[in-house]
Design a protein around this ligand. Structure first.
Ligand code: IPM
Ligand code: MG
Length: 362
């Protein structure tokens, strides 16, 4: 099982190191190879997604990704910005199906920004389409004023676009995922305003007819944002486009206590996947050893389950994470009075210890 390891920028290296520690202790036949990505790759090779990195990613069974981005690259031309690395990987590998589970661990109900009773037992799954929509639609660009007097662009535009097959395949992913859990799908759109999302709604409805065992409903994105903070447990699977999914998944993440807890998987049609925490590179805390590595560790668990067919190993990681939370260990982002504050490495070590302890017992 070949894994491309792409730590990237900011806290990326620190959190990926902890996930690798956890993977190593599981003693699986994994072949790990690292490569440069993001701003650090731009600094070293002049491109955020160097050819060699893309090649390694293509040839791997799975990709473990940290994070990319730093304010210092904000002035670069768009094609050289660190974010282009992750967008390029998603597009080149056809990773259209993004799974963003938002699970609130019982031990963390207090860390949520919502009242404990609203999030206790929360387990929802956001399925975000990842290779279409306004993120990739053409044409896009900026128009400079003809008289050249105005220093910047006078007008800018992006194209929101979805094709029927793109919507069909993500809808199938959502219905099939719902089958394995609460059997409900909420499709989030803006069909009251946008043609793109009228098509979305129509196609999801059509695909839904092939899944009579799944209850489908539709919700406008603004209402979905409201419902997510009002009664998040009312959702089971949410399926939506790239842009709305980006926004709603950050909101959902916070319900669970911290975005530092949320893993994600991005899969293509052959189940090859990229696994990354839902959070970013957090340059403000990079190198300080305080970042929460659990989202990345949980992403490694998703990788074992989805791409490497090792569900037991995935279970072991997930119960170890739950065990360290029960021990009261908390990184700064989820810390509250009465718990024990730990750094990135201590948190990783604790997960490793919880896994090895389980092994000797069984
Ligand atoms: C995410 C991030 C990315 C996105 C950025 C870094 C390009 O916000 O994975 O949610 O917008 O998709
Ligand atoms: Mg985002």
């Amino acid at each position: 099982m070949k894994i491309a390891v792409l730590p990237g920028d900011g806290i990326g290296t620190e959190i990926v190191a902890e996930a690798l520690k956890v993977l190593k202790v599981l003693d699986l036949p994994l072949e790990l190879e690292s490569a440069d990505v993001g701003g650090m790759a731009y600094d070293k090779h002049g491109h955020p997604l160097p050819e060699a990195t893309l090649k390694l990613a293509r040839e791997a069974d799975a990709i473990l990704f940290g994070a990319v981005g730093d304010w210092k690259y904000d002035k670069l031309e768009r094609q050289f910005r660190p974010e282009q690395a992750i967008l390029g990987l998603r597009k080149s590998l056809g990773l259209f199906a993004n799974f963003r589970p938002a699970i609130c661990y019982e031990q963390l109900t207090d860390a949520s920004s919502l009242k404990p009773e609203l999030v206790s037992g929360l387990d929802i799954l956001i399925i975000r389409e990842l290779t279409g929509d306004i993120y990739f639609g053409q044409p896009r660009g900026r128009r400079i004023a003809p008289d050249g007097n105005f220093p910047g662009a006078e007008e800018a535009f992006d194209t929101m676009r979805y094709s029927r097959p793109e919507i069909e395949r993500i809808a199938h992913v959502a219905f099939q995922a719902a089958r394995k859990r609460g059997k409900r799908v909420t499709s989030v759109d803006k069909a009251n305003v946008l043609e793109t999302f009228q098509l979305w709604k129509d196609v999801v409805t059509e695909v839904g007819q092939q899944y009579p065992d799944i209850k489908l409903d539709h919700m406008y994105v603004d209402n979905a944002a409201m419902q997510l903070v009002k009664a998040p447990k009312a959702f089971d699977v949410i399926v939506t486009g790239n842009m709305f999914g980006d926004i709603l998944s950050d909101a959902a993440a916070m319900l669970t206590g911290s975005i530092g807890m949320l893993p994600s998987a991005s899969l293509n049609a052959s189940n090859q996947g990229l696994y990354e925490p839902s959070h970013g590179s957090a340059p403000d805390i990079a190198g300080k050893g305080v970042a929460n590595p659990l989202a990345t560790i949980l992403s490694a668990a998703m990788m074992l389950r989805f791409s490497l067919n090792q569900p037991q190993a995935a279970d072991r990681i997930e119960s170890a994470v739950s065990a360290v939370l029960s021990q009261g260990l908390r990184t700064a982002d989820i810390f509250s009075a009465g718990s024990t504050k730990v750094g990135t490495r201590q948190m990783g070590d604790a997960v490793v210890a919880a896994i090895t302890k389980k092994t000797t017992k069984s």
